[in-house]
Design a protein around this ligand. Structure first.
Ligand SMILES: [Zn+2]
Length: 504
């Protein structure tokens, strides 16, 4: 690669014009003649960037769900639905394309004209007699139709999170374990070929955004088999660090990691989400004074799983959104050791920062939550606003933060994530920005969090920067990433030295 503007460092900014990737690894940096000479000798293809294009390390989305992203791309898009009537119409128009369950994602009752949660009566007519599930924007609750409700009563265990109508019948809104169980059922109905198609859909979308590696969280058995099949068919293009559901952690022993796909850890939940008022808080919700949220897994069990994972040489990643959940996770990691991850860490009290620094987990954040959770002050009140997504405070306390999108919860476009980290919604009228602008990151910090630090988060020290010996994973952009990030565009994505995406 010659005649480019190649970022070998973001802080301080260092740019060079050429590099050579040999056998998947960066071998020479910054010497046009040497690169040309070597390329000729070793018969390596030369890419001339014509003093026009910019090169950065490929983005690493440290926490996302590749199977759900595929579902999301294939499912009915309900993000812009503004009323319950519109919801029904949107479903009716698209339902024919599904073989089995009808599914979709992204509705938000906060956006509805009717200002209420929907129920199954609202969608029964537009889904007819097939089971249907439509997840809420935060992926912590869903609306199901009458046909799917009957499955709620087929489980042999007690499920938490079945919302009721005043007459005590199931409303169709399901949360937490009820949601998990129904979704599991839908996925069980899907064959492996369909699962592979969804993963391939997601992978193509990711590489088109310059993303070269992902931390794939909450991997279940079906997705694991699908990925292994794709790998053996040579159809895996993106690098995946997998964090398995704890019930299948033992499988890591039977599977060999290779350069693209590696099983790195397990994923656990300590609480729910703010949107569904299930994030576990130390003080009650501002808009629900009787409620402090929900504990998804007690401390003892988190620790037991973390220790079991450690025995298998796996890292642990624990979802903690509320500050009380974070207290629990800090306690667990004090006993389970270093190198583990905390996912989200959305609400952090000032007195938790030092505690966190002592345990020093890598904190995997989703800056775009700031935009999607525009109602967060309603949940927490103004006093707690400054505790929300305190990225700068974390860095100032010496903690490492890695960027991610939790896709499909947030859009996978890295430039949108970066914008949220820089502006905290101040350019989109987000109320939180009024209280937390001091938590904005610099653009350099943002790129570092999305590349180098995300590489640490997904436990791949061979990725994340343009240095000799690192893997040749790159994103080629049509504009300067520092000067013009928002109108920037990925023109090419390179993984392991191979072009895997090229814009038209
Ligand atoms: Zn997630």
């Amino acid at each position: 690669m010659i005649n480019g503007f190649i970022y070998t460092s973001f802080n301080p900014v260092q740019i060079t014009n050429s590099l050579l990737i040999n056998d998947g690894k960066i071998e020479i940096i910054g010497d046009n003649d040497k690169v040309l000479d070597h390329a000729k000798k070793e018969n390596i293809e030369i890419l001339d960037l014509k003093n026009k294009y910019y090169v950065i390390p490929g983005f690493i989305d440290a926490h996302m769900h590749i199977d759900e992203l595929g579902e999301y791309i294939n499912g009915i898009d309900l993000r812009d639905v503004k009323s319950i009537n519109e919801l029904c119409e949107a479903i009716k128009n698209k339902k024919e394309k599904f073989k089995n369950w009808i599914y979709g994602h992204g509705w938000d009752q906060e956006k509805f004209l009717e200002k209420r949660w929907p129920n199954h009566y609202d969608i029964d007519a537009c889904t007819k007699n097939r089971p249907a599930i439509f997840s809420r924007v935060d992926l912590h609750s869903a609306l199901i139709n009458e046909n799917a409700i009957k499955f709620l009563y087929s489980f042999d265990k007690e499920v938490y999170g079945i919302e009721k109508l005043p007459n005590d019948e199931a409303s169709g809104i399901i949360k937490e374990t009820a949601f998990d169980e129904i979704r599991k059922l839908m996925r069980e109905n899907r064959d492996i070929e369909e699962q592979k198609e969804l993963i391939e859909l997601a992978q193509d979308e990711l590489i088109s955004k310059g993303i070269t590696s992902v931390g794939f969280m909450s991997v279940d058995e079906k997705s694991l088999s699908a990925i292994l099949e794709l790998r053996s068919e040579n159809k895996l293009k993106i690098r995946i660090s997998a964090y398995l559901n704890s019930d299948i952690m033992h499988k890591s022993k039977q599977i060999k990691n290779d350069d693209l796909f590696q099983i790195k850890g397990i994923k656990l939940f300590s609480d729910g989400s703010l949107g569904s008022r299930t994030a576990y808080l130390s003080y009650p919700y501002e808009d629900d004074p009787q409620n402090r949220g929900f504990i998804a897994m007690e401390k003892e069990q988190l620790l037991e799983n973390c220790l079991r994972a450690k025995d298998l040489n796996l890292k642990t990643a624990i979802h903690a959104i509320g500050d009380a959940a974070l207290d629990n996770v800090i306690d667990v990691y004090k006993k389970c050791g270093k190198g583990n991850r905390i996912e989200h860490a959305s609400i952090i009290r000032e007195n938790q920062l030092n505690e966190l620094a002592k345990v020093n987990p890598i904190i995997v954040v989703q800056p775009h939550f700031i935009i999607s959770d525009f109602w967060v002050i309603n949940r927490l009140g103004v006093k707690r606003a400054k505790w929300v997504y305190p990225f700068k405070s974390l860095i100032n306390h010496g903690l490492e933060i890695a960027f991610s999108t939790d896709a499909p919860v947030e859009p996978i476009d890295p430039f949108l994530t970066i914008d949220a980290a820089l502006n905290r919604g101040s350019n989109q009228n987000i109320e939180l920005s009024k209280y937390t602008m001091h938590e904005s990151l610099t653009i350099q910090e943002a790129y570092i969090a999305y590349t180098q630090k995300s590489a640490v988060a997904i436990d791949r020290e061979d990725l994340g920067s343009i240095k000799i010996g690192k893997k040749g994973d790159l994103a080629i952009l049509d504009k300067d990433p520092i000067k013009d990030y928002l109108n920037n565009r990925v023109v090419m994505t390179i993984i392991d030295g191979n072009i895997v995406y090229q814009s038209k």
